[in-house]
Design a protein around this ligand. Sequence first.
Ligand code: PGA
Length: 233
Amino acid sequence: MEKNKILALNHKMNMNLNDLANYIKEINIDNYSLVVFPMSIYLPYFLNKKFKIGIQNISSFEEGSYTGEVSAKASKSLGVNYALIGHSERREFLNEDNQDINKKIKMALKYNLKVILCVGEKSKDEDKEELLSNQLEEAFQDVNHFNKVIIAYEPIWAIGTGVVPTNEEIFETTKFIKDKMLKMTKSNIKVIYGGSVNDKNIEELNRIENIDGYLVGGASLDFKKVLDMIKVV
Ligand code: PGA
């Protein structure tokens, strides 16, 4: 199943325990390309399934007196496989910057978590290539091992808006990111797309040749939509 594209589900801060019980029952499927990022307090409910699990954020600190933080070390010991780092909502609402993100990436890799780093421009008017280059260079400053790194290209204007770039635009930007990463790391890095992906448009998006998967927010909360999306990827 590993050869399939990645379908990463970002639940953000959603679901109560009742919603969750129902969701887990229905989503109990055998698919190693699926990575579920629940709210972190729910992670234990997702253990020992036939899909991967990830944490939506980890601390840049190793352990100790950091009230409210969740460490990479504890996540790994619990059985978490992935860490989502640098999501635009954290960059925007919590002022997370590329330096914080760099520390988090190093901490996640130190504890053998796979990293999905989110990058993307705020608006269509920005100089996208300069911004992405900057985000990638600063995030991976002094990082030497890239076999556990995936990039999620998420244009912020497409997140939760129902507006999606054209396939051509996504292809071009993905190519730009892959070329940039190849230059920086000498390795081929996977790039997934995120921003208003759902059960209705995933088939069309899946025609994009160089995409390695999808990061889905809103539509990931509905298991019926998830099952339809799994069929496509
Ligand atoms: P969306 O969110 O699918 O609701 O646009 C994607 C994301 O924020 O990762």
